[in-house]
Design a protein around this ligand. Structure first.
Ligand code: ATP
Ligand code: MG
Length: 422
C-alpha cells in the first residue's frame, strides 16, 4: 500500500464514501417510495417503475444487496483510513483512534444521514432511477445475497420472526383500503370520501338491491285498448317502458319513447305499429353484482335491463342511473312521485309504498330494517307474517313498529312506519 501515492488513497477514500452514500440513499428511497404511484406509473409503461416494483416484490433480497454493498464499502473506507493514518502519523495509538473517530464521523455525515434524508425526500423520483442499477446488482450478486439471507433466515427463525411473504406485503385488503380512506381525513374531501366508501360496498351489492321493484315498474300492456295506451304514453314519466302482453311476466319488448315519437309524427299509432318499434329486452340475473352490471351495460350498450330470478320471473328493472346513484348519491332529477320526499312526519311516523326498497328506506329514514332477505316493505311484512297481510294489522320488525294501512291483491300497498324509540 505504501507505494500508492497518498493523493490517490485519499481520492479512493472519497469515492468509497460517495458510494456508501449512494447505497444508503438507495435503501431509504426504495423503502419510502409510494408503491401505488409506482403501480400507476408502471401500468402506463414506465420501465423504471416496473423494475422498482419488481425489486420491492422481493424486499429481503433487495435490502440484502443494498446493505451488503453498503457495508462492504464502509469497511473498505475504514481500512483505507487506517492505511492513510499510518502513512501520515505512523502506528501511534492515538493516531489510529483519531482515524477511527474521523471515519465514523465522515460516514455518518456524508454517507448515512445526508443521503438518507435526500433519499426519503425524493423517494418517488429516485426510486425509478435506482431501479436500474439495483436490478443489475441484484442479478450480479444473486448468489452472495442468497448466501447472506440463508443466515438471516436462520437467525429470524431462531428469534421466531417469520419473514413476511414476498408478495403478501404490497397487497392491501379492501378493509385496509377502507380504513385508509376513512383515516385520510381532510386529504380527501368528505364528498369524495363517501363516494370512495360507496365503491367498496358495490362488491356486495347486487342489481336486486338497487332495482326498481316489479310493482313500481311503469309498463305498457298490449291487451289494453289503444286509447288507454296512448293516454299512458302521453303522461309517461320514463323514457323506456317495458311492454307486456297480458301479464307482467310476458315481456315482449322495450318501448323507447323517442322511437315512438318519430313514428307517431308520421302515422297513427296502433297495436301493430307499437309491436314493430319495440326493441329486444335485456335480461339480468338478480344476483349480478352491480359493479359487474355497470360493465355489462357498457359492453352491451344498454341503459336498462329487466331483473329476473332463476326461474325467469320478472323481479324489477334496473338502469345505469340506479347503479351510479348507489355510488355518488341520489340525483336531483328523480321521479317526483318517487320516495324522494320521504321523511318522518311530526307524529314520528311515515307512510310508505309497499314496493319501496328497504335499503332506500333505511338510508333515508335512518332505520335498520333487515335487508338480507326480502327487498321491499311488502316482502318484509309478508315474510314476517307468513300469511296474507290485512289492513289495520300492526307488527314490529326489528325495532320498527309497522302498521299495514292498505292492501291490494294480497300485497301490502301502503304501510305506516313509526320511528323507533331510542
Ligand atoms: N319504465 C320504468 N318504470 C319504472 N321505473 C323506471 C322505468 N324506467 C326507469 N325507471 C327508474 O327511473 C329511475 C331513473 O332511471 P333513468 O334515468 O335511466 O330512466 P329515465 O329517466 O326514464 O330515462 P332517461 O333519463 O334516459 O330519460 C331509475 O331508478 C330507474 O330504475
Ligand atoms: Mg332520467
Amino acid at each position: 500500500m505504501t507505494d500508492i501515492p497518498l493523493s490517490v488513497q485519499i481520492s479512493a477514500l472519497a469515492l468509497l464514501l460517495v458510494f456508501s452514500g449512494l447505497f444508503s440513499m438507495a435503501e431509504t428511497t426504495m423503502m419510502v417510495a409510494n408503491r401505488y404511484r409506482l403501480k400507476s406509473m408502471a401500468s402506463s409503461g414506465h420501465r423504471g417503475a416496473t423494475l422498482a416494483l419488481n425489486l420491492l416484490g422481493q424486499t429481503e433480497k433487495l435490502l440484502g444487496v443494498i446493505l451488503l454493498f453498503n457495508n462492504l464499502v464502509n469497511a473498505a473506507a475504514a481500512t483505507l483510513v487506517s492505511v492513510i493514518t499510518i502513512a501520515l502519523f505512523g502506528e501511534e495509538r492515538w493516531a489510529l483512534g483519531a482515524g477511527t473517530l474521523a471515519v465514523t464521523f465522515m460516514i455518518l455525515v456524508f454517507s448515512e444521514i445526508t443521503p438518507k434524508v435526500i433519499g426519503a425526500r425524493y423517494a418517488d423520483r429516485l426510486a425509478v432511477i435506482y431501479a436500474f442499477p439495483l436490478t443489475f446488482l441484484l442479478r450480479a450478486s444473486y448468489f452472495a445475497v442468497w448466501f447472506v439471507n440463508l443466515f438471516v433466515a436462520v437467525l429470524l427463525r431462531a428469534l421466531r420472526l417469520a419473514p413476511q411473504g414476498e408478495n403478501g406485503q404490497d397487497q392491501v385488503s379492501t378493509e385496509e383500503l377502507r380504513s385508509m380512506v376513512l383515516e385520510a381525513g381532510h386529504v380527501i374531501p368528505s364528498k369524495h370520501r363517501s363516494i370512495l366508501l360507496n365503491m367498496f360496498e358495490l362488491e356486495d351489492i347486487t342489481v336486486e338491491d338497487v332495482m326498481t321493484p316489479r310493482g313500481a315498474i311503469e309498463g305498457i300492456d298490449l291487451s289494453d285498448t289503444i286509447e288507454d295506451i296512448r293516454q299512458q304514453l302521453a303522461t309517461s314519466y320514463h323514457t323506456r317502458l317495458p311492454v307486456f302482453d297480458g301479464e307482467t311476466d310476458n315481456v315482449v319488448g322495450i318501448l323507447h319513447l323517442r322511437r315512438m315519437l318519430s313514428h307517431t309524427l308520421e302515422e297513427r299509432l296502433d297495436h301493430d305499429a307499437l309491436r314493430n318499434i319495440l326493441s329486444k329486452p335485456y335480461f339480468i340475473p338478480a344476483d349480478t353484482p352491480v359493479y359487474s352490471q355497470l360493465q355489462f351495460f357498457q359492453e352491451n350498450k344498454q341503459r336498462m335491463g329487466l331483473v329476473v330470478d332463476e326461474y325467469g320471473e320478472l323481479l324489477g328493472l334496473v338502469t345505469v342511473e340506479d347503479i351510479i346513484e348507489e355510488m355518488i348519491g341520489k340525483f336531483t332529477t328523480s321521479a317526483p312521485a318517487g320516495g324522494d320526499h320521504l321523511a318522518w312526519h311530526a307524529s314520528d311516523s311515515v307512510l310508505v309504498d309497499g314496493a319501496h326498497n328497504l335499503r332506500d328506506l333505511n338510508r333515508k329514514l335512518g332505520l335498520n330494517l333487515p335487508v338480507n332477505g326480502p327487498k321491499t316493505v311488502n316482502g318484509l311484512i309478508v315474510e314476517y307474517l307468513q300469511d296474507i297481510p290485512e289492513a289495520g294489522l300492526s307488527i314490529r320488525i326489528g325495532d320498527v313498529p309497522i302498521e299495514v294501512v292498505q292492501t291490494q291483491d294480497r300485497m301490502v300497498k301502503t304501510a305506516r312506519l313509526f320511528k323507533p324509540r331510542t
